[in-house]
Write a protein that binds this ligand. Structure first.
Ligand code: F6P
Length: 319
């Protein structure tokens, strides 16, 4: 293999730059030319593709976001759109591509592989929602951001006998909420996996106030479950706490990646290049029990993860 491309797709995640750097440097040091594809699959279709050098990926390991830009391109499901993209790759002699992104990006990578361009996916998303891998690139950094914010909210909540309702990202995956709940000693965690019974949560908050005599309560809730501002009002109306809602939003996607994310991204980038050099495509790189492995993309999207249940049980035993 002589030429590969690399792109970032979907929501950006801290550590994507470290992954781009690793792919580029490992490939160049193995005698492979590397091309950066800008703004995900959109740039591939539009031919916005430029060579990357050792230097052009210098000084980025500590930077959040993605040097290549990212985008979502739902039209990539359409095979005629993919054919245009493949034409652009052929023009430049690019034989294979590393796709850094979430599960939507993996579907595109699989479709391209089936059309003759070997692709390897790297899990770049703060959501930690790719079931083949214990961790995704960006999750650890986003978790640090959430924990930092919740620690601060706890200070002011205690002073004012408040309940802080904190909405975190994660799409439909509760990992950010659950890990943050564990790390911050939250009173309640609500995720798609726990379900949300509003009256039951309010009842528990009354118990924290009246029976457990808590000065504050922290409720960490995944996005897309309820209107947290309305919920905070109900807390003020029906419990002894006054409720306040904070939506952390896109602040969770930014910032300098943690050392854990940088190192994991580097290990994963190396693995992606090694797989392509072996002529393998249609796989995604995953970390399992601290080993970096390649997993077929179809499988990757459907493996249940037992560890989540264990963490939820732990949370319940710590409250
Ligand atoms: O997948 C990452 C993510 O930040 C999700 O947590 C969130 O639901 C979504 O992207 C937000 O997307 P956008 O940046 O397009 O608003």
């Amino acid at each position: 293999i002589k030429r590969i491309g690399v792109l970032t797709s979907g929501g950006d995640a801290p550590g994507m730059n470290a992954a781009i750097r690793a792919v580029t440097r490992v490939a160049i040091n193995s005698g492979i030319e590397v091309f950066g594809i800008y703004d995900g699959y959109r740039g591939m279709v539009e031919g916005r593709i430029e060579p990357l050098t050792r230097q052009s990926v210098g000084d980025i390991i500590d930077r959040g976001g993605t040097l290549l830009g990212s985008a979502r391109l739902p039209e990539f499901k359409d095979s005629t759109v993919r054919e245009k993209a493949i034409e652009q790759l052929h023009k430049r002699g690019i034989e294979a591509v590393v796709v850094i992104g979430g599960d939507g990006s993996y579907r595109g990578a699989l479709a391209l592989t089936e059309m003759g361009i070997n692709c390897i996916g790297l899990p770049g998303t703060i959501d930690n929602d790719i079931s083949s891998t214990d961790f995704t690139i960006g999750f650890d950094t986003a978790l640090h951001t959430v924990v930092d914010a919740v620690d601060k909210l706890r200070d002011t909540s205690s002073s004012h006998h408040r309940c802080s309702v904190v909405e975190v990202m994660g799409n439909r995956c509760g990992d950010l909420a659950l890990w943050a709940g564990l790390a911050c000693g939250a009173e309640i965690v609500v995720t798609a996996q726990t379900g949300f019974e509003e009256t039951e949560v309010l009842e528990r908050l009354r118990d924290f106030d009246l029976v457990r005599k808590k000065r504050h309560a922290i409720v960490i809730i995944s996005e897309k479950i309820t209107d947290v501002h309305m919920f905070a009002k109900k807390i003020s109306q029906t419990t002894g706490f006054s409720g306040r809602a904070t939506v952390l939003g896109h602040v969770q996607r930014g910032g300098s990646p943690t050392p854990t994310d940088r190192v994991m991204a580097s290990r994963m980038g190396e693995k992606a290049v090694d797989l392509l050099m072996q002529g393998i495509g249609g796989q995604c790189v995953s970390i399992r029990d601290n080993a970096i492995v390649g997993v077929p993309i179809e499988e990757a999207l459907n493996i249940p993860r037992a560890s989540r249940r264990q963490l939820q049980n732990l949370f319940d035993r710590l409250v």
